[in-house]
Design a protein around this ligand. Structure first.
Ligand SMILES: [Zn+2]
Length: 215
């Protein structure tokens, strides 16, 4: 190890790591991060993000389980390996200066919805009061199409598809088939509001499908 100071604010990193750990533990307790899956990040500055280290139990995170990457997804000042999906985080930080937090979870509801709606390529959410939870939305009288992308282990393929979707219009999150949900916000509070809104609305859509099939 050299004595060169890290190229980011270490106090800010500590602060964000603490916030990430508290929030991720809560999400893990909800059963949304099974089997060490899922990953989470916060913008550190205009070149770096704090992100969860790959493969750690999200219910038992410690400060050492949060690492720094640059916006190319490369580790900074650490030997830890970032999540394979780091590129899906850094592309949002690079593109949107006001995105400060990205949450990626694998809840049963998100995963089942992604399978069920993969053929349509999206889940249409329409007429729900809770659509107002998405930043900038003032009415329930809109339709939000949540994209469902085919799963891939090649993050360049996935991130290119996300870029195309982002070019097409406002978006608060997307699903990946058989995998889970990505959502983001200005800070942890906004990203969690979006995550909870998606979870609730996807749950409603699944229940409606089930009830309609019975009648
Ligand atoms: Zn994932």
């Amino acid at each position: 190890m050299s004595d060169t100071p890290p190229p980011y604010d270490i106090h800010r990193l500590r602060e964000l790591a603490g916030e990430l750990i508290v929030n991720i533990r809560e999400l893990a307790q909800s059963g949304w991060t099974p089997a060490t899956s899922s990953n989470f990040s916060r913008r550190l500055d205009d070149r770096h993000a704090a992100i969860t280290v790959s493969g750690r139990d999200k219910g038992k995170l410690k400060e050492d389980d949060i690492m720094v990457v640059d916006f190319d997804g490369l580790p900074v000042g650490t030997d830890h390996r970032p999540s394979a999906e780091t590129l899906l985080h850094t592309q949002l930080y690079r593109r949107f200066p006001d995105v400060g937090c990205i949450l990626h979870t694998h809840s049963p509801t998100q995963t089942i919805a992604s399978r069920l709606f993969a053929g349509d390529g999206h889940v249409r959410l329409e007429g729900y009061e809770l659509l107002k939870a998405f930043a900038g939305n003032r009415t329930h009288e809109i339709a939000v199409d949540v994209p469902v992308l085919p799963n891939s282990q090649d993050m360049r393929v996935l991130s290119a598809q996300v870029e195309t979707l982002l070019d097409a219009g406002p978006m608060w999150g997307y699903l990946i088939d058989g995998h889970g949900l990505y959502t983001w916000g200005r800070d942890m509070a906004e990203a969690r509001r979006h995550l909870e809104a998606f979870e609730f609305l996807l749950h409603c859509e699944l229940e409606l499908r089930r009830l309609r099939a019975q009648h």
